[in-house]
Design a protein around this ligand. Sequence first.
Ligand code: GTP
Ligand code: MG
Length: 442
Amino acid sequence: MLGSKLRDAIERLRNVRILDDAALEESIRDIQRALIASDVDVNLVFNLSAQLRAIAKKKPPRALTRKEFIIKSTYELLAKLLGGTHRPPERPKRILLLGLFGQGKTTTAAKLAKWYKKRGLSTGLICADVHRPASYEQLKQLAEQAGIDFFGMKGESNANKIVEAGLKALKKKDLIIVDSAGRSALDDELIDELKALKKTFKPDNIWLVLSADIGQLAKTQAKAFGNAVGINGIILTKMDSSSKGGSALAACAETRAPVYFIGTGEKLGDFEHFDAERYLSRIMGYGDLQALLEKASELSIESPAELLEGEFNLKVFYKQLEATMNLGPLDKIAEMLGLKTALPKEELEITEEKLKRFKVIMDSMTKYELMHPEAIDSSRIRRIAKGSGCSEASVRELLRNYRKMKRVFEKLQKFAKKGSIENIDMEKLLRKFSVKKKRMFR
Ligand SMILES: Nc1nc2c(ncn2[C@@H]2O[C@H](COP(=O)(O)OP(=O)(O)OP(=O)(O)O)[C@@H](O)[C@H]2O)c(=O)[nH]1
Ligand SMILES: [Mg+2]
């Protein structure tokens, strides 16, 4: 909602013929309304407006028109309001996660462990929540799902003892993450417990887990936890299901602790490094290649040969479909790519059922056909349809999906070869992808 409103505001700015003071004020009001409707602190909104007015008085740099300059500045100010970008530490050793009840600590502990594991750190998880008996099983299961070593002591009521033993059991790990117990409020008991845990565990990072739906309150909570036990990072969860994501981000940006990650769903893979510009372009519907590429690079860890060197044939296609399903629905990925509107809906819906049908069809193909799908002509289509008991239309659908995916993956492949994703120039990337999408700056 915030995204589409901001987008409208910027589109309007872009479409005015002459950007005079009145038009500028109108756009500022649009932006204010969008932010306030999303619960962003009014003071921050007025502050942003004042900065925009000041910028509008400046002479634009030579390469830009006044309008371009104002649009670019608006975008930058919005990204700043949401907290900019802070790189998470590359090789953290011990991370303590804390937060109130139900904010997403346990889920996040597993997501985080998986994230670092994908980046090459051997990682272990410790359940130090001694208050909620079910938390042991919850984290254990999540750890299993993520392929992470887990340590916990069922029935032990002293969190420090668990952590001490856990540190021994997991001492060979590069990174150990501790999931702590939640409370309904930051009371003295919780503070004492966390302080003791801090002493035993000696974390190099203490991150507060906050759910986006607390909105502006994120600031108060981050400050309270910061003062009481000290925090040096924040993870915002439930960014997918709350309309207050922008508000929570802006509130966190006012504290000294950076938001390193956001949770974007219940699955372990629904987790990403937070980057304000990227987030902004995504909610505004400008696509998000960076996040896609990060996901794609995670895919490639699972099948590097195929993605990086291999030819793209139907076998690879099927594997990628399967992997994509594990990552999350394809339409999520397409959305990040800004492809959602460009692709017919039918082709985005790679359902379990469709995947099964594709598998059946592919079982009726010869090895040659699987490796050279371009050789499949209509007589082959007829034979394959008959053999698989599917319609010719289904076979054609499979081939159509294949060709689409092939184009995307060939492009991804090129970028993956170039090395570090972090260094990729977004603008260039967008052009190369030749994805039909709205330009950010006109
Ligand atoms: N949609 C969505 N749900 C999430 C996200 N992160 C966590 N959840 C859900 O939020 C609920 C609470 O998550 P937990 O990880 O158990 O939270 P917790 O902070 O450990 O809770 P306590 O240990 O009881 O204090 C679970 O149902 C999670 O699946 C997210 O990013 N998006
Ligand atoms: Mg928990």
